[in-house]
Design a protein. Structure first.
Length: 595
């Protein structure tokens, strides 16, 4: 699906220029509001620093007119010492402003990243799926940094610009009404240039952020599939993909810089022409030399302020882009009530799926339709079906990774949508198809399932998962360090540690979603045998495409076309269900008699 460059989500409607300038900042401001007393200190110091700067040209004019032209050395020294004192005072205010603003901006960035990270964990997978993983990483890092830099710049430099600009205009107008005419021309022209920079620059900087997302996605996809790339010797193809994304980012950044590069020099040209006009008017109108010098100083300050406005709005454009992208994450709906009133205890009766239908967001058709199934406590249920029949989708509904689009999922007779989701997930443990281990020791990964697990419990879980032997073979045993994703383990070893991590939790509902696909047949049989004693009194759901993995289950459910087409024991299904027999023949061969 194409990504519109002026939007924050794939396929979203393009926003118009007026809407782009309106940024909803309520949630972001809640983070900044915590530090408003310190921000007020920084802004106050900045105001006094700017007033010191505005005071200097006026004193310079008095020193020239009253001291230099009158050859009064003592008066010149007096004014010089006063100006030095004001400079030192301004320096103290500047130091205060810099220290406090850095403190506030750094902690603002820290809190904003934490709030985003926490919110991403709270929202449903349906909401997370709307954002690409690489885009979420970019928003948590680059976009937060852009907003943080703007907050820092606002307290250090940006608020100084309007004070110098307005103050310079007022002070200059007090010096001479004739020369003030120049300001009446220069300031509006500069304001028009600044407004144009906002309107023109915003889309280009948004394109930069989108192309940065694309670059991150390319790198992330390569790193995730580096073994496949090596296996197929596709370095040239991957290099070309990266070069394309890298060139797109370079081109987008260069275009944004070229567009914005026009506005700063344009403002400088306008103000310098104004300074030349001041000199001409001052000469023809017979203005005092001190006033002309002071007016030029004020014009220089105004030029500095207006040039800073260009830099400010350059940063503002980037910050607005980033704020919209951050707000898109923070405003993403949960899609489900995470804090229901029901807090389920130990499962006493079982699970019931009542006329359940489910369709992924933006999918063209439902993956499950009108599924009705009852699973009593203590049953080991096997679920089998060909690829795409909804096996994994079915079990993802139990821990509420997704909510049903029709029907109900009941636990002990209560709808799981009325339950506190954290309490619900304490009862359910899922071992997914793709094993994910975290960087750290094997013991740390096992304690992810049970934080207070003892060493004895860990070894027991590893034995049940047939992982104890190879873990003992490592020199450091449970303290063996695992690379990112368990990169230093084989696929089968990762799957067995993932199973042990689930078993150590001793859940009421254990879901094994095709999690032994990389394990040999003998090891899988040993794992099944270990699970026989472990699964007593709990609901154990085994999802597999290998019929040997579920033949010994108390009951087997056959899915086809998004619905249940048969259920029963292995022998019953071989007797009465053609779909199951077809799967059996394709994997094992022979007819029922061969069982």
């Amino acid at each position: 699906m194409p990504v519109n460059l002026l939007t924050f989500a794939p396929g979203a409607p393009i926003v118009n220029r007026r809407e782009m300038i309106k940024v909803k900042m309520s949630k972001t401001l809640k983070v900044f509001w915590r530090y408003w007393p310190l921000a007020l200190v920084a802004l106050s110091a900045l105001v006094f620093e700017a007033l010191c700067d505005l005071w200097q040209p006026m004193m310079l004019a008095q020193m020239v007119d009253q001291g230099v032209l009158a050859a009064d050395t003592e008066l010149v020294m007096t004014y010089a010492l006063r100006m030095l004192g004001i400079t030192v005072l301004g320096m103290l205010f500047a130091i205060t402003r810099s220290v406090v603003s850095s403190h506030v901006s750094q902690r603002f960035g820290r809190d904003l990243r934490l709030m985003l990270y926490t919110h991403i964990q709270r929202i449903s997978l349906a909401s997370v799926d709307k954002f690409e993983r690489a885009s979420l990483v970019t928003r948590l890092t680059n976009d937060v940094t852009q907003v943080q830099n703007f907050i820092n710049g606002m307290m250090r430099f940006f608020m100084r610009a309007p004070i110098l600009c307005v103050g310079g205009i007022i002070m200059a107008a007090r010096l001479s009404g004739n020369m003030a005419i120049v300001l009446a021309v220069v300031v509006p022209v500069a304001a028009v240039i600044i407004v144009l920079s906002i309107k023109i620059g915003y889309p280009f900087f948004y394109k930069v952020q989108v192309t940065l997302d694309s670059l991150n996605a390319t790198v992330r996809e390569y790193l995730s599939g580096v073994r496949v790339v090596k296996a197929f010797n596709r370095f040239g193809y991957e290099k070309a993909r990266f070069e394309g994304a890298n060139d797109s980012l370079t081109d987008a950044s260069s275009m944004a810089m070229r567009v914005m590069a026009v506005f700063g020099p344009a403002i400088s040209l306008v103000v310098n022409l104004g300074i030349a006009a001041v000199v001409l008017i001052g000469g023809f109108a017979g203005e005092e030399q001190g006033n002309v010098i002071a007016f030029i100083n004020y014009m220089t300050q105004i030029m500095f302020a207006l040039s800073m406005f260009s830099m400010i709005f350059n940063q503002l454009v980037r910050a607005l882009v980033s704020l919209r992208r951050l707000d898109a994450v923070l405003d993403a709906p949960d899609g489900m009530d995470l804090t229901g009133q029901e807090r389920p205890g130990s499962v006493k009766e079982g699970i019931e799926l009542r006329d359940v239908s489910f369709q992924y967001p933006e999918a063209s058709a439902p993956v499950l339709e009108h599924v009705t199934l009852s699973i009593p406590r203590g049953e080991k249920l096997g679920i089998i079906g060909s690829t795409g029949t909804g096996k994994s989708s079915l079990v993802r509904l139990l821990p509420r990774f997704y909510d049903v689009t029709g029907g109900q999922v009941l636990l002990d007779g209560a709808d799981i949508r009325d339950m506190d989701i954290h309490a619900l997930r304490e009862r359910v443990t899922l071992v997914p198809q793709t094993s994910l281990l975290f960087t750290g020791a094997i013991a740390d990964n096992l304690r992810f399932g049970k934080p207070d697990a003892t060493e004895e419990e860990m070894w027991r879980a590893l034995e049940l998962a047939q992982a104890a032997a190879f873990v003992r073979g490592f020199p450091e045993g449970l303290n063996t360090h695992l690379g990112q994703g368990g990169a230093n383990l084989s696929g089968g070893q990762k799957q067995r540690i993932s199973i042990a991590r689930a078993l150590i939790r001793r859940p009421d509902i254990l879901i094994l979603d095709d999690c032994t696909s990389a394990v040999d047949v003998n090891t899988e049989a040993a794992i099944r045998e270990g699970l026989q004693s472990f699964s007593e009194g709990i609901i154990c759901l085994v999802i597999s495409q290998r019929i040997a993995s579920i033949m010994s289950a108390d009951r087997i459910v056959v899915l086809d076309g998004g619905g249940i087409v048969g259920q029963g024991t292995h022998d019953e299904l071989m007797e009465h269900n053609e779909v199951y027999r077809s799967i059996y023949r394709s994997q094992i061969g022979g007819e029922k008699e061969a069982v």
